[in-house]
Design a protein around this ligand. Structure first.
Ligand SMILES: [Zn+2]
Ligand SMILES: [Zn+2]
Length: 304
């Protein structure tokens, strides 16, 4: 599973930071979180194929998070896509997309499967589930988690051989978690020849928001939390008044949620350099990086 930060700015794009968009690559599919203006160019720069888009998740209907959608949907139309494209977003998403279609006379040959979410578990894919919570930002804003199901434990062929299990299809059945019965009538369960199941990976995307407990709960023990941190500590009051977080506040959320790594995004245009932001965040949560456009982050599988 790999994360590619397509746009790490907030509110206004700059030459160095595009507007919010993030791609998650998993099993050949691309899941896109937010679609700020220019997202399709960032997709090209990241050498990703829009044809591999599996679904789009919109956090909220502020322009900086959704104005890239009309262009992207039209580009996909020219790529002769036939399979439906799922778009998940807060209430109002359907109206926004229908207005784009109406005003631009845009009629894609593929089906747009638009689903409005209030909150909760909302989607199960192959080997993973997705959940959304409402965060502290107006209008209705969602943070998303993608959590993989546990992977089967490691198989020990020497243990199987010691139990007189013949090598072949029975090995495969045990590896898939099935209990088998041998010719001598003995029952063998997977746990007799395998280590316990290995934890699946978890990714959480939370922008825009003030620091809030909903994200701590959603991101609990996540491998990676991408959280907004628009300002430095000296502008905490302004940040919170506008419905945003500082980098240090994002780091506190990461620390409380006991995540493995934190990436801060949605950086204000006022910061040309991010040393101060990084210093403030790492003072609270050392495993922090400040996101940069086109930065890639691999989330490795759990060995145990
Ligand atoms: Zn924003
Ligand atoms: Zn916003």
């Amino acid at each position: 599973m790999k994360i590619i930060l397509l746009g790490t700015g907030g509110t206004i794009p700059t030459l160095r930071r595009s507007l919010p968009a993030l791609a998650l690559q998993r099993d050949g599919d691309i899941l896109l979180f937010d679609c700020g203006e220019g997202a399709q160019l960032q997709i090209v720069r990241a050498s990703l194929s829009p044809g591999k888009l599996f679904a789009i998740f919109l956090s909220h209907l502020h322009g900086d998070h959704v104005t890239g959608l009309p262009g992207l949907l039209m580009t996909i139309m020219h790529q002769s896509r036939e399979k439906p494209l799922r778009i998940f977003g807060p209430p109002g998403t359907r109206e926004y997309i229908n207005l784009i279609r109406k005003c631009l006379g845009f009629n894609p040959p593929y089906a747009l499967d638009i689903r409005e979410i209030t909150e909760g578990k909302f989607f199960s894919g192959s080997g993973f589930g997705m959940e959304a919570v409402v965060v502290d930002h107006k209008p209705h804003t969602l943070a998303f988690s993608l959590a993989e199901e546990p992977r089967p434990g490691r198989f020990f062929p020497e243990k199987a051989t010691a139990l007189d299990i013949p090598e072949g299809p029975l090995f495969g059945k045990l590896q898939r978690g099935e209990t088998i019965t041998l010719a001598n009538g003995r029952t063998i369960t997977p746990s007799m020849v395998m280590s316990p199941p290995r934890k699946g990976r978890k990714f959480v995307y939370a922008t825009d928001t003030r620091p809030c407990p909903q994200v701590i709960k959603l991101a609990y023990e996540a491998d990676l939390l991408v959280h907004e941190g628009m300002f430095a500590h000296d502008l905490e009051e302004e940040a919170n008044l506008k419905g945003h977080s500082t980098c240090a506040q994002a780091a506190h959320i990461a620390s409380e949620a006991k995540v493995k790594n934190l990436v801060i995004t949605h950086i204000s245009t006022r910061y040309q350099r991010t040393d101060e932001l990084l210093y403030e965040a790492r003072s609270v949560f050392p495993r922090t990086v400040i996101g940069q456009d086109l930065m890639e982050i691999e989330i490795p599988v759990h060995k145990e």
